[in-house]
Design a protein around this ligand. Sequence first.
Ligand code: CO
Length: 210
Amino acid sequence: MEDYRRLLLANRMWAKDKLEVDEQYFDGLARGQSPDFLWLGCSDSRVPPDEITGTSPGDIFVHRNIANVVSFTDFNFLSVLEYAVETLKVKHIIVCGHYGCGGVHAALGSSKPGSFLSKWLYNLKAIYKIHKSEIDLHTHERQRWDRLVELNVMEQVQNLARTSIVQRAWEIDQRPALLGWVFNLHDGQLRELVEVQPGTWEDDVYRFEL
Ligand code: CO
């Protein structure tokens, strides 16, 4: 059997199981979505947001890219953020990094020139540069890697606060809260790194006149 057939068969089983528990299940899904959460995670196949949080279809609006980056020039990410905050009115935005992140690791070293990925890594190298003195205190490669994973999550949470989309929603609606988490592949646990509640963030350099 072709590998992909396995996925289609599993889908049939999943749909059947759902209907056995609740025959109206798909009518509910088709009616629309009103998720409380926006998830910004890594594209890594080992960090599936629904599965590791025990959530269901309809619970989380998702954007994933390599190393969970808030990019101010990425129309894809900005569209997701805008729609989640302004239309879906999510209550929380979760930035979720993970230890063992290949994108973060690549940013600590040299990559081949010319690829799209090498350009994307500028986002991460900028964070490495800011925190280089702290990161380079660690002598073990693994510790340097883990620390940049954590600092990247915290910086991306700050980057969310720097967008006009989030600042406007804070001003008029006192939401969303911004949460920074990291996932440990070795034990499956999520750890909280940072939480920014609306109205508790101060940064004159990035503040918009609203
Ligand atoms: Co990753």
